[in-house]
Design a protein around this ligand. Structure first.
Ligand code: BYC
Length: 341
C-alpha cells in the first residue's frame, strides 16, 4: 500500500479510512507507516502479542524433556525445535513493535497476566510420547491456523508467518515420526503414544479458539483480513486432516462420535468441553501457575544479559560516532586490505 502517514497530507480520518478499506479490499498489504484505524492496530497488537507469548511459553513443556530425550539424535532435534520457538517469539515481538508497542511492554503485560497465551501450554508433558503428540497435534493445529495468516493484511505479521510456518511444518513432521516410531515399537511404547494422543487431542481442538458464535473478534478480524477463516472452519479442517493421519499412525482419536459425514464432506466430532477451556483461560488449568512463574523467573534471571547487551550496544554506538576502530577490527581490516592488494 502507498504510504499514508497521518501528517503527510490534508486528508481527514474518514478519507484515510476509506483508503485503508479500499487497500484491504484490494488485497494490498498494510505497512507500518500506513494510516490504519486505532482498533485495527490494537487488535493486531493483541493477537500478535498473544501469539508471541505462546511461542515462548510453549518452549517450557517440551524443554522439560530435553535432558531425558532417549537418544542423542532425538535430543538434538528437540533442542533445535525449542530454539525455533524462541526465534518465532522474536519475529513476532518484532512484528508487534512495528505497531508501536515495545517488547518490554508486551512482556510486562504477559507477566502481569494482562495478556493471554495459548491455552494448550497449560497442560503437562507427562511422558516422552507427549513430545511427539505436541509435534503432531499442537504444531499441526498451529500450522492449520497459521498458514492463512501468511496472507494477513498486515505486512510484517504476514511475512513473519511465512518463515514460522516452514519451521512449524518441520516440527509437525518430527512429532509424527516420533509417534510412528513409538506406535510401531513395543506394546508399552504403543500404549504410551496412545495415552499421549488421548490427553492432547481435545486441548488441541481448543487451540482454535471459542466456537464462532462466541468469538468476540472473528467477524471484525475477518473483515480486516487479519483472519481469513473462522475458528470453527479451521478446527474442522484440522479434524479432517488428523483422522487419516491417526489411521496411518495406528492410533485412535479419543472421540466416539468421530464419523464421516457424507453430506457435509467432513468428519463430525463430539462436543468440546468449553467449560474446561474457560477455566484454563481464567488461569485454572493444570500448569498455568507453573508456566507463568517460570516465565517471570527466566525474565528476572536474564536481566543481566539484557543489561550487558544494552551496554555493549551503547558502547558500539559511541565508538562509531567517534570514528573509533577497535584494534582487532583495525588488524582485520588491514589484513583484508593486504589480501586485496
Ligand atoms: N488460548 O474472539 P476470539 C504456537 C482468546 S500455537 C488462549 O476467537 P481471536 C505454538 C482470544 O485471544 C498457539 N486464549 O479471538 C505451537 C480472545 O481473548 P482477548 C498460538 C484464546 O483472536 C507449537 C478470546 O479468547 N497461535 O504458537 O479472533 C509450539 C476470544 O477469542 C484461545 C496463535 O496465537 C486459546 N486457544 O481468535 C510452540 C495464532 N483462543 O484477546 C508454539 C494467532 C481464543 O480478547 N492467533 N483465545 O483477551 C489467532 O489465530 C487467534 O488469535 C485465535 C483466537 C484463533 C487464537
Amino acid at each position: 500500500m502507498t504510504t499514508m502517514a497521518p501528517d503527510a497530507g490534508t486528508q481527514d480520518d474518514a478519507a484515510y479510512e476509506a483508503q485503508f478499506n479500499a487497500a484491504v479490499a484490494a488485497e494490498e498489504r498494510i505497512e507500518p507507516r500506513d494510516w490504519m484505524p486505532d482498533a485495527y492496530r490494537a487488535s493486531l497488537v493483541r493477537q500478535i502479542a498473544q501469539h508471541a507469548h505462546s511461542e515462548i511459553i510453549g518452549m517450557q513443556p517440551e524443554a522439560n524433556w530435553i535432558t531425558r530425550a532417549p537418544s542423542l539424535r532425538r535430543k538434538a532435534i528437540l533442542m533445535a525445535k525449542v530454539q525455533d520457538e524462541a526465534g518465532h517469539g522474536l519475529y513476532l515481538y518484532s512484528a508487534a513493535e512495528t505497531l508501536g508497542t515495545s517488547r518490554d511492554e508486551l512482556l510486562d503485560r504477559l507477566h502481569a497476566g494482562r495478556q493471554k497465551y495459548s491455552s494448550i501450554f497449560n497442560y503437562p508433558t507427562l511422558t516422552w510420547a507427549d513430545v511427539g503428540a505436541i509435534g503432531w497435534l499442537v504444531d499441526g493445529a498451529a500450522i492449520t491456523n497459521q498458514v492463512p495468516l501468511c496472507r494477513c493484511s498486515y505486512g510484517p505479521y504476514a511475512r513473519a508467518m511465512v518463515r514460522i510456518c516452514k519451521e512449524e511444518s518441520f516440527h509437525q513432521r518430527q512429532g509424527y515420526e516420533l509417534l510412528l516410531a513409538l506406535s510401531k515399537g513395543t506394546e508399552a511404547q504403543h500404549a504410551m503414544a496412545q495415552d499421549a494422543v488421548n490427553r492432547w487431542w481435545w486441548p488441541s481442538l481448543m487451540m482454535f479458539g471459542p466456537p464462532d458464535d462466541e468469538s468476540a473478534h472473528s467477524a471484525q478480524s475477518m473483515a480486516w483480513r487479519i483472519k481469513r477463516h473462522s475458528n470453527d472452519e479451521l478446527r474442522q479442517r484440522f479434524v479432517d486432516i488428523c483422522v487419516p493421519q491417526a489411521e496411518s499412525l495406528g492410533l485412535t482419536l479419543p472421540d466416539p462420535d468421530l464419523t464421516w459425514d457424507e453430506e457435509r464432506g467432513h468428519y463430525a466430532f463430539g462436543p468440546i468441553d468449553w467449560d474446561e477451556f474457560r477455566e484454563v483461560l481464567r488461569g485454572n488449568g493444570p500448569c498455568n501457575e507453573q508456566r507463568i512463574n517460570q516465565r517471570r523467573t527466566a525474565h528476572e534471571e536474564g536481566a543481566w544479559v539484557r543489561e550487558a547487551a544494552t551496554a555493549y550496544a551503547t558502547k558500539q554506538a559511541e565508538r562509531s560516532r567517534h570514528g573509533y576502530r577497535a584494534p582487532q577490527d583495525q588488524q582485520q581490516g588491514d589484513t583484508q586490505e593486504e589480501d586485496i592488494a
